[in-house]
Design a protein around this ligand. Structure first.
Ligand SMILES: Cc1cc2nc3c(=O)[nH]c(=O)nc-3n(C[C@H](O)[C@H](O)[C@H](O)COP(=O)(O)OP(=O)(O)OC[C@H]3O[C@@H](n4cnc5c(N)ncnc54)[C@H](O)[C@@H]3O)c2cc1C
Length: 310
């Protein structure tokens, strides 16, 4: 049996053979060879610099857009929750936020300071680093149009400031990261005008609760919307709502959600993903592309940020 072993050295906690089901919103996934929690960015930077240049590294926020295969991750997972937690106003309309801050907290902070444009973050259940990596968005808003600059950390443990125009982004994709990860971002928002109450976080959350399953183990939308169509509609048209593989089921409420209903494995979920793809291709001639990042020993490189094309 594989042992789950924990070591604490210099503000870094390293757990060997950590079950990734504990760290993903689907509650599935095999073990990571090493799971690392840092107390500070300085400690994290020093630790990263000690890793072998061939070590596979996966930064993980809340795992709300990540499927880790049952075979696990044969490398080092960096937990971003609990580190990089700064959140502050730089001037009237600019906000500096660390990659470890919850997207929902950023939305509330902006609302409190009468800033408009970050409301959509309220319903996205991940961290700011994950939002940057995915160009997360909802209700017509998305992350990257708000970005002025980011700070990144590379394998050598160096932190660099990079302008937004050094990155290319589109619908749920970003490219421009080269063996480096997001540490923080500076965002530009708009100042709320007097009597402007057009966008309201409560209304957006209520709208979401009507159309999407909440309080269940999922990864949100599994597939990207293809050009000119909605993935959910194509899946529903194929009669796949309620379809199960093992403990995984296509949501009855929103056909683009797969729920871990009864102790599903990552393999159950991936098999259901493939079944949906095949059925939709057969009926509509459209190959749905997963929005979720599928990670496993064999796939980690090919699913890294920026390698997808829309
Ligand atoms: C119920 C539900 C609803 C959702 N609704 C939406 C929605 O409306 N819109 C939307 O866009 N998404 C939605 N999602 C998906 C998900 O919440 C977002 O993509 C979110 O931004 C992911 O954040 P995370 O911290 O969980 O990322 P993770 O899943 O932990 O990571 C996602 C990817 O980003 C990489 N990454 C994480 N942190 C960093 C970093 N600091 N630097 C570089 N790479 C990093 C990871 O390696 C991985 O490839 C939903 C998910 C759920 C479960």
């Amino acid at each position: 049996m594989v042992m789950n072993v924990m070591n604490k050295i210099d503000d870094i906690t390293i757990t060997e053979n950590e079950p990734m089901a504990r760290h993903t919103s689907w509650r599935t996934g095999g073990v990571a060879k090493r799971y690392v929690q840092a107390q500070s960015l300085t400690a994290l930077a020093a630790f990263i610099a000690t890793l072998d240049e061939n070590e596979k590294i996966l930064w993980l926020g809340l795992g709300s857009n990540t499927l880790i295969r049952d075979s696990g991750f044969d490398g080092t997972v960096i937990a971003t929750q609990g580190v990089m937690m700064q959140l502050k106003l730089i001037d009237e309309t600019m906000v500096y936020v660390g990659a470890g801050v919850a997207s929902a907290k950023l939305a509330r902070f902006c609302g409190k300071h009468d800033l408009v444009g970050a409301e959509f973050f309220a319903g996205i259940p991940g961290l700011v680093g994950g939002a940057l990596a995915m160009n997360a968005g909802a209700f017509g808003g998305e992350t990257w149009p708000l970005v002025i600059e980011v700070e990144t950390l590379n394998r050598q443990g160096e932190i660099t400031k990079r302008n937004a125009d050094e990155f290319d982004y589109g619908y749920r994709r970003v490219s421009g990261l080269h063996d480096e990860w997001f540490v923080s971002v500076t965002l530009r928002l708009a100042k709320r005008l007097t009597n402007d109450n057009t966008i309201n976080i409560k209304q957006l959350l209520a709208k979401r609760a009507v159309s999407q399953p909440t309080g269940v183990a999922s990864c949100g939308s599994v597939f990207r919307n293809p050009e000119g169509a909605y993935a959910a509609q194509l899946i529903e048209d194929c009669g796949l709502k309620g379809k199960t593989v093992g403990g995984a089921v296509v949501s009855e409420k929103h056909a683009n959600f797969i729920i871990n209903e009864k102790n599903a494995t990552a393999t159950d979920i991936e098999t259901l993903i493939e079944l949906i793809q095949k059925t939709v291709v057969d009926k509509h001639g459209v190959l749905l592309q997963p929005e979720v990042k599928i990670v496993g020993e064999s796939l980690v490189v090919e699913n890294q940020v920026g390698e997808e094309k829309s």
